[in-house]
Design a protein around this ligand. Structure first.
Ligand SMILES: Cc1ncc(COP(=O)(O)O)c(C=O)c1O
Length: 390
């Protein structure tokens, strides 16, 4: 069978391996592509491995929902950091990362053909997950500053809408939504009887005194708010594959069925590491954030040189800038050109659903100052040479 046709034909190919191959083919390229942090997990997390190994039964399957001590630690963290109270109407599910948590959520709340509202630019794995579930991503544009627009959201809701997704701090734009906007979205979901899926993978990554807000903390939002978290960024845990979700109790059975089928249980060795990481807490991330913020400042400084050809909106979160390039060049051609000729890699905006115009996402979490400075200098030089303003 050579002509494979399946639901996957409609799903875009993940961009990271494509850009990764271009980077490999062009040795010496600095990557501002992948959204990872430069630092490793806390040493205490690694010590969790010996605690895991001390008990031979740990090599067997464990609870589909996650090991009890980790869930207990998550309850404390949610109360302390997010003001989310795990009462009788809510449950926690440990997952193999926030991506899996999102897939669990979509499968649990939808029938084939249902609609899920995303904001453009969107996080590509969200769009991919919705299509894989045979649902329709309904794309609602953000405004010129990539902020939410309640009127557009209201207009997009139909009888088939099952959820509105927000990501704050945002990938790919780096913007942080105001608490008032998130409250409005949450209220809208309540009124319309749909879910609010709040992806908070970057909860600790905010700058300039901006505060993160968790919609799950809104009183009586527990029956329709699904909150997603990840250790990948905060604790340098990307390969350990641990995240978790807070769900209304009525979704627990459905989410258990999904996770039992796809994963059986989140990797137990990683859960031991995660337990120790959460005991260390958010200070671990915050202490590294200073360095990421310095890189951010360097980038902002250099990007000023591109004023004539680049529009940059204020963004105080995650570790991304989303640049609008004033050109009619194709974004992927531009990315290829930047890698081949200037040895600097970024991601094309079309991957994030921005098909009109030329946009680039740059990620600044993975590099330390020296490499980051060389990287942004290359990008600025490359864009100056390649772009003729239209
Ligand atoms: C918004 C958002 N959600 C989820 C993820 C994936 O997180 P995890 O590694 O926990 O699956 C990412 C990774 O880049 C992300 O940007």
């Amino acid at each position: 069978m050579t002509n494979l046709t399946s639901r996957m034909n409609r799903v875009q190919s993940p961009i990271i391996p494509i850009v990764g191959q271009l980077i490999k083919d062009n040795p010496g390229t600095i990557s501002l592509g992948q959204g990872v942090v430069y630092y490793p997990p806390p040493p205490e997390a690694i010590e969790g491995i010996s605690q895991f190994l001390n008990q031979p039964h740990n090599h067997q399957y464990k609870s589909v929902q996650g090991i009890r001590p980790l869930i207990t630690e998550i309850v404390t963290k949610l109360q302390k950091d997010n003001d989310i109270n795990i009462n009788k109407s809510r449950s926690i599910m440990v997952t193999a990362g926030a991506n899996m948590a999102f897939m669990n959520a979509i499968l649990a709340i939808s029938h084939a053909g249902d609609e899920i509202i995303l904001h453009t630019p969107y996080y590509f794995n969200h769009e991919m997950a919705i299509i894989m579930a045979n649902c329709h991503p309904i794309l609602v544009n953000t405004d010129d500053n990539y902020q939410l627009s309640l009127d557009k959201l209201k207009a997009a809701i139909t009888s088939k809408t099952r959820a509105i997704v927000t990501i704050s701090p945002n990938n790919p734009t780096g913007v942080v939504y105001a608490e008032s906007s998130l409250r409005e979205v949450n209220q809208l979901c309540r009124e319309k009887g749909i879910y609010h899926i709040s992806d908070e993978a970057y909860e600790y990554f905010t700058y300039d005194g901006i505060k993160h807000f968790s919609p799950g903390s809104i009183i009586e939002s527990d029956t329709y708010t699904i909150s997603l978290y990840s250790l990948s960024k905060a604790y340098g845990f990307a390969s350990w594959r641990i995240g978790y979700m807070v769900i209304p109790n009525h979704l627990l059975e459905a989410v258990k069925k999904i996770q039992d089928t796809i994963l059986i249980c989140p990797p137990v060795i990683s859960q031991y590491a995660a337990l120790n990481a959460l005991k260390i807490g958010k200070n671990y991330c915050q202490q590294h954030l200073q360095e990421i913020n310095q890189v951010r400042e360097i980038f902002l400084h250099h990007l000023q040189e591109l004023e004539d050809i680049v529009t940059l909106v204020p963004s105080e979160g995650a570790f991304y800038f989303f640049l609008k390039i004033n050109t009619d060049m194709n974004d992927f051609e531009l990315v290829k050109n930047l890698i081949t000729n200037y040895k600097i890699a970024v991601l094309p905006g079309s991957t994030f659903g921005m098909r009109k115009g030329c946009y680039l996402r740059i990620a600044y979490g993975a590099l330390q100052k020296e490499t980051a400075t060389t990287g942004i200098e290359r990008l600025v030089q490359g864009l100056k040479h390649l772009i003729n303003p239209v």
